[in-house]
Design a protein around this ligand. Structure first.
Ligand SMILES: [Zn+2]
Length: 206
């Protein structure tokens, strides 16, 4: 997905929900949990590094022991190498489109530090972070775009070394601008309406 004109506005006014994952539970820990993780069918293998390769051992290094050599792990392999695979960590949930059912392909589309979770009670999906410790606003915006949505307008992109220079980052920033301008338009429309229904006069009067 690269054309931001194609992104929808389903999430631009969404408000972050605070969730204590341990308290409310997710089905990985507790069958009675309120939350379940939407798992992808496979995960890119992140375990090969300089001395080990995705594939058979060669003179240059040993074979990666985490994947089957393809550079991808099946869901079973991913869970085996990390019991908390795709589990939410930071206590925030970012609401996704309430009218859409997100599936394994959607889960595969979102990048590594975000995961899709479903509130079983509400039957609604959210994005959540699988890690933290730094401002991940760029990644949160990207994950929304990976799912076909404009980022929420509350996103405040941090000025970080190396970010905002690539074409991909510039496109992301343009999507954030589009979200903010759309919400501003909608807010102006609601203000105009309030003035009209109460007879408060023209939009530049107070
Ligand atoms: Zn591997």
């Amino acid at each position: 997905m690269s054309d931001i004109e194609k992104l929808d506005t389903a999430c631009i006014e969404s408000q972050t929900r605070t969730v204590d994952w341990r308290e409310e539970g997710w089905s990985g820990y507790d069958d009675a949990g309120r939350w379940e993780i939407v798992y992808p069918e496979r995960e890119e293998c992140g375990y090969a590094y300089d001395e080990s390769l995705h594939g058979e051992a060669t003179d240059e290094g040993d074979a990666c022991t985490s994947c089957d050599g393809s550079g991808w792990m099946s869901a079973d392999q991913a869970q085996e190498s990390d019991p908390d695979w795709r589990a939410p960590m930071m206590n925030y949930a970012y609401p996704l489109d309430p009218n859409r059912a997100y599936d394994a392909d959607d889960a595969e589309a979102v990048s590594g530090c975000l995961t899709i979770v479903r509130d079983v009670v509400e039957d609604r999906c959210y994005l959540a972070l699988t890690g933290g410790g730094m401002d991940l606003s760029w990644e949160i915006a990207r994950a929304h775009m990976d799912l076909g949505h404009l980022p929420p307008a509350w996103i405040r992109l941090p000025d970080m070394a190396g970010r905002g220079e690539s074409d991909r980052d510039k496109e992301l920033a343009r999507a954030v601008v589009m979200s903010c301008e759309t919400v501003a338009d909608w807010a102006k429309g609601r203000a105009d309406r309030a003035r009209r229904v109460a007879g408060l006069g023209l939009s530049d009067e107070r």
